[in-house]
Design a protein around this ligand. Structure first.
Ligand SMILES: Nc1ncnc2c1ncn2[C@@H]1O[C@H](COP(=O)(O)O)[C@@H](OP(=O)(O)O)[C@H]1O
Ligand SMILES: [Mg+2]
Length: 359
């Protein structure tokens, strides 16, 4: 006889114990799976709240899912960019001037793409920090649902989930890169971009060309749908540079590599990174190096940095420093992007811009 007059059947006790063991096993194996699948981060779990897309453990997000949503966001944003351009009603405005005095433009294409991209990512991953180029209205409560489908090409390249603490993630969204060229109807330069940085390091990059419907993506230590070309000219490189925020970049390039060097002026940081890769798009020019000397924002460069890094290339400041994608929005030290080259040797060749006053 049990206390308080309750009779316990031996079968009931056995079933209860088995159930208890099952629950304990489930909790414990989930915990271990979460710890061991953490992606190169020393196994420390983050403390942030989990979003609906975080499946393996509380406070983590899966980078493979983030890649799927980032590709979708870049494509959906791109649809807005194309729709506005085709309507020919851009509602072009100036957000002010850059430090060098160029107009910092914004159009309905930027705003509508920003809204789509932001809410897709925010709804899927509510607990991660998202930095976007355009302002998001705090009263806007848009929810854009992700169908939780990971495209086949991503599943083929990245065969397992990659969990990281949600609090270690910073997302950078550029809803319309090459806005200046967009207003001039130079469509080939325009891209939409998403980047995911983990502890400030660029890990995932997506660059989408809305007018040719081409998308490049890559994950560091994961996989990619794009690759480097087979060869690059290191001695007399073709150098791709800004056409609308150039500063003294041509002088710097010619001084470093000689007068025989070909300079390709082009719009968009996304376009210029794609120029270094093996991209099937016919509208894409090809270059060996990308150099930028003026101030630039992190949403312009993070996706390109992640893709280059994933493919074994480099994007650094002109003095060879790695760029951290947390904290402030911009970087001061210019930009050098290369792949399949001795990047540090290139850095040593470049003049010290602070001394020469070429910034
Ligand atoms: N000096 C500067 N100050 C602010 N933004 C700059 C800049 N130089 C380049 N950018 C931004 O970097 C992107 C690529 O520049 P460029 O086409 O000149 O190479 C553009 O982004 P957006 O079009 O997204 O604004 C441009 O506005
Ligand atoms: Mg941009």
């Amino acid at each position: 006889m049990a206390p308080m007059g309750i009779r316990l059947s031996p079968l009931g006790v056995a079933v209860f114990c088995l159930l208890g063991l099952g629950v304990l096993y489930h909790l414990y194996s989930g915990f271990l799976a979460g710890r061991f699948s953490l992606f190169g981060l020393g196994g420390e779990l983050g403390g942030g709240a989990a979003g609906p897309a975080a499946v393996a453990d509380v406070g983590t997000v899966d980078l493979r899912e983030m890649l799927a949503v980032s590709v979708l966001a870049a494509v959906r944003g791109g649809d807005e960019v194309r729709r506005v351009r085709e309507s020919n009603v851009l509602h072009e405005k100036s957000k002010g001037k850059t430090r060098e005095g160029a107009e910092d433009k914004m159009t309905s294409g930027d705003v509508l793409s920003n809204r789509k991209m932001f809410y897709l990512l925010k709804t899927a991953f509510p607990s991660v920090q998202i930095n976007t180029e355009e302002h998001v209205d705090a009263t806007d409560k848009e929810v854009i649902l992700w169908d939780h489908k990971i495209p086949e090409d991503i599943l083929k390249e990245i065969t397992t989930p990659k969990e990281v603490p949600a609090e270690s993630v910073t997302v950078w969204i550029d809803p319309l890169d090459a806005t200046q060229e967009y207003t001039e109807d130079l469509r080939k330069y325009v891209t939409t971009m998403v980047c995911v940085a983990v502890n400030g390091k660029p890990v995932l990059g997506v660059i989408h060309k809305p007018f040719s419907e081409y998308t490049a993506w890559a994950m560091v230590d994961g996989g990619s749908n794009v690759k480097a070309r087979s060869s690059y000219s290191e001695k007399t490189p073709r150098i791709i540079v800004s056409r609308s925020h150039s500063g003294m970049v041509k002088q710097v390039a010619l001084q470093t590599f000689g007068n025989q060097t070909t300079i390709i002026p082009a719009g968009g940081a996304g376009y210029k990174v794609l120029a270094l890769l093996d991209v099937p798009d016919k509208t894409q020019e090809k270059a060996d190096l990308y150099i930028h000397v003026t101030y630039i924002k992190k949403w312009d460069i993070c996706a390109g940095n992640a893709i280059l890094k994933a493919l074994g290339g480099h994007m650094t400041t002109l003095s060879g420093e790695e760029i951290s994608y947390t904290g402030s929005d911009g970087i001061e030290g210019g930009l050098l992007a290369s792949i399949k080259m001795n990047h540090q040797a290139l850095v040593r060749k470049l003049p010290d811009l602070e001394k020469t006053g070429h910034q």
